[in-house]
Ligand binder design. Sequence first.
Ligand code: B4P
Length: 194
Amino acid sequence: MANLVLIGAPGAGKGTQAERLVRDHGLLHISTGDLLRRAIAAGTPLGQKAKAAVDDGKLVPDEVVIGLVNESLSQKTDAQGFILDGFPRTLEQATALEVLLEEMSEPLHHVIVFEIPIVSLADRIAQRAAQSRGSGADVRSDDNAEALSRRVDEFARATVALLPFYDQRNLVRRIDATQSIEDVATQIGSLFAK
Ligand code: B4P
């Protein structure tokens, strides 16, 4: 069993690796980005509240995402653990998560930090946008240069501050996210062998 948090800049590969972890280890995948995009597509009140921030590449208010995660974690039934992908992104979210997990008597095992230089991100995001266009799928509203630059700024402003928080708790596992998808998966897989 493993309860994981994935932290990384936009395009670092969190979603890609989360899918593999679900397939290989039967973990429950909770992506706040996916949950927000679903709420926006469905036009729910929460989605309407979040839309402008997501489209602009800004962070959605803490209370909105904390509520979403709270709801999703309560659905953890027979999964072998969970992956929080893109949550927490602020110290307030990290503190709320700590309280929530304590109440659920669930430990956090690893905080996996995807290390990648900012210059590599634009290419990956542009590639994803091109793939979506090529297959006739919708391009994500925040997969453009302007929103990406804000997403990167938000990561540097709010999310990098989580590293000392989780370092103090001895949970940080740094991985080299510049490697191929397969090699990144191998690095993450080695955590399960310990
Ligand atoms: P997310 O959906 O979490 O988007 P992201 O951090 O930008 O990651 P993304 O999915 O793009 O990248 P990934 O690493 O999977 O959040 C979107 C928005 O929602 C935020 O900007 C914010 O507005 C809001 N939000 C979400 N959570 C929030 C929170 N907690 N608090 C407040 N607001 C919140 O990888 C991207 C691509 O790279 C992949 O599609 C793949 O094609 C490619 N790739 C992956 N690994 C690769 C590799 N090893 N080599 C080459 N390419 C690779």
